[in-house]
Design a protein around this ligand. Structure first.
Ligand SMILES: [Zn+2]
Length: 218
C-alpha cells in the first residue's frame, strides 16, 4: 500500500515523540541490567521544547516493566505543578521540576544509582578532577561538582542538585554525583543522558580497579 507524502509526515511526527517516552522505560531496563538500580529505584523525566508537560516515571513502580502507559504527565504551572489525580510521580519530583522548568529545548533528566560512581565518591574521589584525566569523558561530558550526602527525595537534595548542575540559572553541566546515593544527568533525550552516566561509570570502574588511592593532594 502506498501512503501519500502528506499523510506520511503526519505519522512521522507523533511516532517520533512517542519514541522518547518508550525510551524512558528502555533506559530504566538497561540500568537495571547493568546493576545501576535495584528494581524500584531510579527515575526519569522528559520535557519537550515549548511544552508545559513534564513526563516522569511513577513512584515505586518496578522499572523492569515500565512502559509509556505508566508514565505520569505533570503539568508545569508558573510556580507550581499539577499532578493528575490518582497518579503518584517519582519521589524525586522536585529535583526534576527545578531543572526541567528552566530550559527551552527538549531535555531528559535521568537519576540512577551507578555502583562505581557512588563507590568512587565514597572512596573520596573528586569526579570533576577524575573526568579531566580521561578524554573519553571530558570530550563529551561535562561533569559538575558532586552534591554532598543529603536525604533522598528531600527538598535539600533537589536544591543542591539544581545548584551544582547550573550556572546563573542555566543548565551548565551534563552530570553530577550525589554522595552515598547516585547521579543526576541531563541530555537531549533519555539515551543521551544515559550515555553521560555510562561514560563516567566506566572511568570510575577503571580508577577503582587500578587500586590507586586518593592522595591528600587531590
Ligand atoms: Zn535515588
Amino acid at each position: 500500500m502506498t501512503i501519500p507524502v502528506q499523510k506520511l509526515k503526519l505519522v512521522i511526527g507523533p511516532a517520533r515523540s512517542g519514541k522518547m517516552i518508550t525510551a524512558m522505560g528502555d533506559v530504566m531496563r538497561r540500568a537495571y541490567e547493568k546493576g545501576w538500580i535495584t528494581t524500584r529505584d531510579g527515575n526519569i523525566s522528559l520535557r519537550r521544547k515549548g511544552s508545559n508537560i513534564m513526563y516522569i516515571t511513577p513512584s515505586g513502580w518496578r522499572k523492569t516493566i515500565l512502559h509509556p502507559e505508566h508514565i505520569v504527565r505533570v503539568k508545569l504551572l508558573k510556580s507550581s505543578l499539577k499532578v493528575p489525580e490518582g497518579t503518584v510521580p517519582s519521589g524525586e519530583l522536585e529535583m526534576h521540576h527545578l531543572l526541567q522548568r528552566i530550559h527551552s529545548s527538549t531535555k531528559a533528566i535521568v537519576h540512577l544509582h551507578p555502583t562505581n560512581i557512588i563507590a568512587a565518591m565514597y572512596a573520596g574521589w573528586d569526579l570533576q578532577a577524575l573526568s579531566a584525566e580521561f578524554p573519553e569523558v571530558s570530550r563529551y561530558t561535562k561533569v559538575g561538582p558532586s552534591v554532598p550526602v543529603l536525604p533522598v527525595t528531600s527538598p535539600e537534595l533537589a536544591a543542591a542538585t539544581y545548584e551544582h548542575m547550573t550556572r546563573d540559572d542555566k543548565i551548565f553541566f551534563d552530570i553530577v554525583g550525589q554522595g552515598n546515593h547516585g547521579v543526576c544527568s541531563i541530555g537531549k533525550n533519555p539515551w543521551d543522558a544515559y550515555e553521560h552516566i555510562e561514560r563516567l561509570e566506566h572511568i570510575c570502574e577503571i580508577v577503582l580497579k587500578s587500586g590507586k588511592k586518593v592522595s591528600n593532594n587531590t
